[in-house]
Ligand binder design. Structure first.
Ligand code: PAF
Length: 290
């Protein structure tokens, strides 16, 4: 595995690969790799000649009081995991190289951000969009791989690619889960023993909602209530939000129809966990697909 630490060298390498007609698959990450990240790599390896991964904890996407300093980091372990997974090039830039000057531009994401995590993390997606514009221009990928656990991020990246005409294909990848259903996340390490027992109930609550919809429920408020009740009964976490929206536009629905997302965020003592289910509904029909 090749390791590149400078933005200039990375872009030069990507340009060289493009000139040779080599396709580049790209998995952007903030490190502390887990099976969810490895799943992105595996998928990229299947569709591209070269797979590149970046590890960069992007300060711009953390708000004041969020966990930028405490965000788990272990570059040595990540290098080993990336190499074992088959990553061809690992990009490990320094902050001063990525953001060398006071910026002259500010990216402001106008849609798909005033709901879900965007509502409680103002500016977060502006930071995500800024780093991705930079990384897309440095890595010159053909295909980019994003986990559906961060479904709002997938929706924002979808519009980023379309709005700015990036010649890039977005490949959303299914959430990787533990055996008990808990979505894999770098933040799971913050859970206490008791919270780790409660945490799988988030996904179970979402599945109860999916079951209700499958059984014909079309009222979003009723479905949200089912999840809320389940989570309050089975965990000691504090619900940040439970929302049902259209996907990927992330718009409110009076009645459930078309492709929808049921998403939640729950705060435990040191970890705020998110999860979601995306499914296709059809009013008046039992047709259903997760
Ligand atoms: O999903 C993440 O880890 C980050 O938001 C990303 C896409 C690497 C941008 O910093």
């Amino acid at each position: 595995m090749e390791i590149i630490t400078s933005t200039k060298a990375m872009q030069a390498r990507a340009l060289q690969l493009k000139k040779q007609g080599i396709t580049i698959g790209f998995a952007p990450t903030m490190g502390y790799l887990h099976d969810g990240h490895i799943k992105l790599v595996k998928q990229s390896l299947e569709n591209n000649d070269i797979t590149v991964m970046s590890i960069f904890v992007n300060p711009l996407q953390f708000g004041p009081g969020e966990d930028f300093d405490a965000y788990p980091r272990d570059v040595k372990r990540d290098q080993k995991l990336a190499e074992e997974a088959g990553v061809n090039i690992l990009f490990l830039p320094e902050r001063a190289d990525v953001y060398p000057n006071e910026p002259s531009f500010e990216i402001n994401v106008l849609k798909r951000t005033d709901v879900l995590c965007g509502r409680s993390r103002p500016g977060h997606f502006n930071g995500v969009a800024t780093i991705l514009i930079k990384l897309f221009n440095i890595m010159l990928p053909d295909n980019v791989y994003f986990g559906l656990k961060d479904a709002q991020q997938v929706a924002v990246v979808d519009s980023l690619i379309k709005d700015f005409n990036f010649p890039i294909q977005l490949i959303p990848v299914e959430t990787e889960r533990e055996e008990d259903g808990l979505a894999r996340s770098s933040r799971n390490v913050y859970l206490s023993e008791e919270e780790r027992v409660h945490a799988p109930h988030l996904y179970k609550g979402l599945k109860k909602a999916a079951d209700a919809i499958q059984n014909g429920e079309t009222n979003p408020a009723t479905v949200i209530h089912i999840v809320e009740d389940y989570i309050k009964t089975n965990t000691n976490g504090e619900i940040d939000y439970i929302e049902i929206l259209s996907f990927p536009n992330l718009e409110q629905l009076k009645q459930l129809h078309g492709k929808i997302i049921i998403a939640l965020a729950v705060k435990f003592s040191k970890a705020r966990l998110i999860d979601n289910i995306i499914l296709e509904t059809q009013i008046g029909s039992r047709n259903f697909e997760v």
